[in-house]
Design a binder for this molecule. Structure first.
Ligand SMILES: [Zn+2]
Length: 98
């Protein structure tokens, strides 16, 4: 099993973006574009419906991907300045190890 060694700055971006996949409903709804690092689709957050949210214990909502049903949705705002298939692939390899 060989995994590409990530640069430190890439790892920082990946970890920062990963935080955006949890309790992220407000951030995702306010963004123009979001992507899923499980199925690696990039799409308009407008397709996310109320059925795709899960309410956490503290009342904040986490988005589940409408394409694959996994809570791996991030937006292109804040820490993740480069939402791209390449970036989602790096996150996918780091967190899912495919
Ligand atoms: Zn997905």
């Amino acid at each position: 099993m060989s995994q590409k060694k990530l640069q430190d700055n890439e790892l920082v971006k990946i970890k920062a973006a990963h935080k955006l996949s949890f309790k992220n409903a407000e951030v995702i709804k306010a963004s123009n574009l979001c992507g899923c690092f499980h199925c690696m689709e990039i799409y308009d957050p407008a397709i996310i419906t109320a059925l795709d949210y899960k309410t956490e214990a503290d009342g904040a909502c986490t988005v589940f991907c409408p394409k694959c049903g996994i809570d791996a949705v991030i937006s292109c705002s804040n820490a993740c300045d480069s939402l791209s298939t390449k970036f989602l692939t790096e996150m996918n390899q780091y967190y899912f190890g495919f």
